[in-house]
Write a protein that binds this ligand. Sequence first.
Ligand SMILES: [Fe+2]
Length: 438
Amino acid sequence: MIKKIPIEDLKAGMYVSALQKGGDVDMLSFMNSILIKDETEIKKLKSKGYLSACIVEDDPRTLPLKTPQKDRPASSGTEAERLPLETTGATSAGPPPVVESFAPYAAPVAKAVPSLAGDAVDFNEELRDAREVRDEAEELVRCFMESVRAGEEIETDRVNETVGKMVSSIFRNQDALTSLSRLKSFDDYTFAHSVNVCILSLTLGRHMGFSEEALHNLGVGAILHDIGKMLVPETILKKPGSLSDAEFREMKRHTELGGDMLRKTKDITDESRRVALHHHEKFDGSGYQDRLSGEDIHLFARIATVADVYDAMTSNRVYQKGMLPEAALKKMYLMRGTHFDPELVERLVRSLGIYPIGSFVELSTGELAVVRMPNHEHPLQPRVLIFSRKDKTPCEKRIEVDLKGEIGRWIIAARDPGPLKPVIDRIMAEAEGLSFAS
Ligand SMILES: [Fe+2]
């Protein structure tokens, strides 16, 4: 809850989301609210003429993760470094420890997977292979969706082969394939969405230390999660306006239809099938298919739910403009425990970063930049490519900066690229070594 207090009442340990000088409010975004560390900072704000502050009471980000971390360095330096998300996350040694309910899917110690902190293959090197795998996945989804619509069987061998390649890619480098989930260039939303839900589910599973086999079964379930929609009449599936109650009931049947179909499909595990059957269940029991709640919903289905909603929120649809990732993550964060497994929302934030790759951001210096690489340990301090100066004129040469090592330069907020979208796309394509035809 946001509460306005006089500057005299401000105390160390409070989170400030806005400051006021007379009638002017210097608004900081929710995600970027600042922790007041000591008296010196309060004196500094008073000397700048601020009269009141909006403080964040019960800031959810201050709640500790279920697995508290040890040996974290003390917060110091820039304001960005002192943000609450920086004090509750993963250690530099790798991902947060696996919590008890995830344990059955964790990689066995004897067959240790490459550390998340140090990927086996460099991001840029993996990106080329990841793009090929993504293209293959797009074609696969198109194919099996058309097969089901035509009453034919799914080619399970092909699904296993492609998902296997996606799992291998994400094991070689955790960010390369994940970064491609920002591509939403399909004409048909359902096809693009299935690929992205698979990528995001694998990202989460990888971040949770899943074994290769567990990741594979999760990925198969995720890429097939909406397969039942191909048995829903196209007139309902592609209806541009809102659905009537009867049509919505028909649409909701896609979970049951998908689950039934996968039960009859050879070489599909029960775990994969449950993703199709239960990805619309909610953590508080208010979802569908079987109104399951909490850990009664299979972990893979809970993961796919988070991936499904995040991709849906950030995608442009006929009837809605996609949200910025930061806004979607914030909204999902507030729905944790009701719609989502709270642990998984926190994992999503950590694995994607508050500002995922490709985000357009404004820096405290007034410069404009694109996020090039996430910082899993410090989600608010990614590596960025600065392309515009303080006066908003283009830089002669783009400057790649790791915000972790910067003093006095941090992200103020993510911005909607709007007409700058082609520029952002060009910068990312060039940074990733692709030829770019405008
Ligand atoms: Fe669905």
